[in-house]
Structure formats: C-alpha cells, structure tokens
Design a binder for this molecule. Structure first.
Ligand SMILES: [Zn+2]
Ligand SMILES: [Zn+2]
Length: 471
C-alpha cells in the first residue's frame, strides 16, 4: 500500500472523470470508478437486492480492469447494495486498501457473513467465502469523520456524517493540489432522526456533488419522524388488541434500531402494552455495534446512554431469536408479539419464515418501514399481490396473503424530495455540477431537471457504463 502511495507523480495535463459501474438510474449494485491521470479509486461495491439478471456492477468494463491497478476502494456505508461484493475483489486479484469508518468496517463484515449464510439458505452461492471477508477486514483502514488522509499520490479523502445508518459517510475527495473537489453523498438523510444528526453540508471546496435520489421523484414526500412513530404505534395497537402478531421486515442496520427506539419508548411509558419484541437475523449483533460507537449517534441519544445511564437498546423487551427451533416456536405461538426480522425487502432471510406461518391470518399485520425496491417480494406485497410463490425446504409452495399489510412511512433513512432540495440549497460552497444516481430511472432524471431549474447548476443523471469528465 505504501509503495503505491509514494510512487512519483506523472507529469502532463491533469484530468478527473468518473465512470458509473452500477447503481445509476437504479437502486442496487452501487459502484463508481473515480479516475485521474494518476489514480483509480473505486467507490462502493454492492449487489442488487432484487433477483433480476445483472445483480453485480459492470466489473467487466475495461476502465476498471485489471483490478490490481486500483489504488483504493472507499465504502460509503455497510448496506449490501454498497458493500456486498467487496470481499470478492480479493478473490479476483485486488490486494489494496479499503477506506471506511470504523463502524462501517464492523457492520459490513457482519452483513457479508450473513449474506453468505442467507445465500446458502436459498440454495445459491455467494461469490466469495468467509476467508475473503477476513482478508477484506485485514485490508480495511478505518477513518473517523473529519480525518483527512492520502489514498493515492494525488487524492486526499475526508469522511463526514451522512445521517443514513451507523458510520455512513459523505466521501469528499480533494484531487491534486487544489485541482478539483468532488463529494459522494452515498445514501443520506438530511433530517435529524432518532439515531443520527443530518447529513453534513459544509466542505472546504466542492466542484461536483454526486447525490442519491431514492426518493427524488416529484411526489416523494414522506411524513415526519413523529408521524412515522404515531403510524407505527397505531398499527401495533390495533393488531395487539385483536391478539394478532406484528411482523416488521427490516435491514439489520438502520431502521431496526430506530423502530426499536420507538417501541421501547412506547412500552416504557405505558403507551403500548408490554409484549415481547423478537429480533431475528443479525439485528442483535448490529445493535451491539451501535452501542460500541455511541460517538456516531446523535447527541440526545448519547446523553441518554452516558449521562442518564439509560441505554434503550438494552431493554428487556428485546429478545434475540437464537435458533431455528426458537423461531419455529415463535411462529406457532398463539400469544401476540412483535417480530423484527431481516431481510428488509423480503427477498430472503428469516422474515419469510414468519410470513409463511402468519400470512393466512387477517388478525396479523405486516408493516413496511423501509423502501421496497422494484422487483423485490416486499414490493410485490405492497402492490397488493395476494398469492406468492415461495419455497419450503427447496420445494415451491404457494402462500396466500390474508394478513393486514400496512406502511408506516417516514422511517426512511433516505432524504425525501423536500430534504434533497433543502440539502442542495444548504450546500456550502455551492457546487458547479450535480450528478444524480441511486434512484429509479424517472426519479434520477426528475431530480436532475428540478435541481437544474431551481439552482441553475449543471446536472447529470448518467446511465451505467457512462463516463463523465469532470475536469
Ligand atoms: Zn443504504
Ligand atoms: Zn443504497
């Protein structure tokens, strides 16, 4: 690593460009190559959460081959659509460093090991093994928010809070000696949430911003955090009062912990009856990592944990589902309860076991608290499909959806349309160009044209495999 960093600079005309390798005009398989005359940096390395063809980024593009020529990989945050494929790089010849925040390093290795397990459980194979995850961890160089470091002879990296999940970072690249500055927001939330402060919006210099647009469409307005909490309370209350069970599909990281905070407070203050809240599928481990990095949480939660000695994550209402026997017992139990289970978009994971057991009873509720990408099972249920083809021990079975399906909107870790526009307005300094990705096709182009009209800056919504010259 040191040798590559210290190599002599190349003389001649300077340039900066980025190539979209995945996650543009779509959500999933995020990957971008940032290249200069001297260096190549890969930002994110994810998979697509839905089952469709082409679940991996375009790593066969000539720009990124051979992988040995990459100087560094930078990871914005630990969600699988940004980091699931990272260990595979070490299988296919990359041997260099990965820069990420300390919580991202811990969370992503947890997620990747789980990804191997979940793939195996579905009769598929992850494109790497746990030994590659270990190799990846050994190559991680953790960097805290606000620390600046050289990652290539001509590139310096600084992370700042993105407000999306624990350790999520806006990645700011300073290229050359004052030549160019570009920042990638990764997934971002420009609102103070139960867990985090809003996305950082001040930079020493900024010419281009690459921003997400998951909820960038004209009509993508979300309720506030308070409304989201009330919506969840109402569904849970109704379901428990008719002796039903509540199933909440979540990613292990992010919404799980927010939903936990809301439920814990409602139960502690007597606004909801005390029923067991089961956590299935890596949520427990992910929550433990949250308590290990309180400095990455918002100040209010930090005070509650440190000064009031009241760590809501350690409440006895939360119970960890440790074995498949325990899961089966909960599935068949007649007592009301709440289950938070992965995966968040229902394309696999323990959540499907609960769904299979509880789907035919209208007393029960399935509550969506997060984004369901096009093509995922969660998206189909949201659209009202009432019969699904799932598999039981490798055999196809059909499941009728009779349980009550609800959306508690407003828990999203993504900025809605208003927050994205407010973020652009608040940027200091104002960039010359904004590049939009991480959103369905029409959301990317809609946000691009709205930002152009409102702020009069150049905008682009590139397709995958497009290259944009920035300087
Ligand atoms: Zn994310
Ligand atoms: Zn994402």
């Amino acid at each position: 690593m040191g040798r590559r960093l210290a190599r002599p600079r190349i003389e001649g005309e300077s340039w900066v460009r980025m190539t979209a390798l995945g996650g543009y005009r779509e959500v999933g398989r995020s990957a971008t190559l940032l290249s200069t005359r001297e260096s190549k940096i890969l930002i994110d390395c994810g998979v697509d959460p839905s089952d469709k063809e082409g679940a991996t980024p375009y790593f066969n593009a000539p720009e990124i081959q051979p992988l040995e020529n990459l100087d560094a990989v930078v990871i914005t945050h630990a969600h699988l659509d940004h980091c699931a494929l990272l260990p595979a790089l070490y299988k296919y010849g990359y041997d260099g460093p990965i820069y990420c925040t300390p919580p991202t390093r811990d969370l992503m290795s947890l997620m990747q090991l789980d990804y191997i397990k979940v793939s195996f459980g579905e009769g598929k194979r992850a494109p790497y093994e746990s030994s590659h995850v270990r190799e990846m961890v050994a190559h991680c160089i953790p960097l805290k928010y606000g620390e600046t470091t050289d990652i290539a002879p001509d590139i310096r990296l600084t992370f700042q809070n993105a407000g999306h999940i624990l350790g999520s970072a806006v990645c700011h690249f300073h290229i050359g000696d004052g030549l160019y500055n570009v920042a990638f927001t990764g997934d971002m939330k420009f609102e103070r949430t139960w867990l985090f402060n809003p996305t950082a919006n001040k930079f020493p210099r900024l010419e281009t911003l690459v921003i997400e647009s998951t909820y960038g469409g004209y009509r993508d307005m979300q309720p506030s955090r308070a409304d989201a909490g009330n919506a969840l309370k109402a569904v849970v209350e109704r379901t428990l009062s008719r002796q039903g069970k509540v199933l909440i599909p979540v990613f292990a990281v992010g919404r799980s912990q927010e939903v936990m905070l809301v439920l814990e407070e409602l139960m502690r203050t007597g606004k909801l009856p005390n029923v067991p809240v089961y956590l299935d599928g890596m949520i427990w481990e992910a929550t433990a990592i949250h308590t290990a990095y309180p400095e990455y949480l918002n100040s209010q939660l930090r005070t509650q944990i440190f000064q009031m000695g009241q760590n809501p994550f350690l409440s006895p209402v939360f119970k960890r589902v440790e074995t498949s026997e325990m899961r089966e017992r909960i599935c068949n139990d007649i007592e009301p309860c709440i289950v938070l289970a992965t995966g968040g978009m229902m394309n696999g994971g323990p959540v499907l076991e609960y769904l299979k057991s509880w789907a035919d009873d209208p007393k029960n509720s399935l509550v969506f608290v997060g984004y369901q990408a096009e093509g995922t099972l969660g998206n189909k249920i949201q659209k009202g499909w009432n019969e699904l083809q799932l598999s039981e021990r490798g055999k196809p079975i059909s499941v009728k959806i009779k349980l009550n399906v609800e959306n508690a909107e407003g828990f999203s870790g993504h900025s809605d349309r208003r927050q994205l526009m407010a973020y652009i307005a608040s940027l200091d300094p104002k960039p010359e160009r904004i590049i939009i990705g991480h959103g369905d096709e029409h959301k990317c182009s809609d946000l691009a044209s709205s930002i152009y009209k409102k702020f009069n800056v150049e905008t682009r919504a590139p397709m995958n495999l497009e290259t944009i010259r920035m300087k």
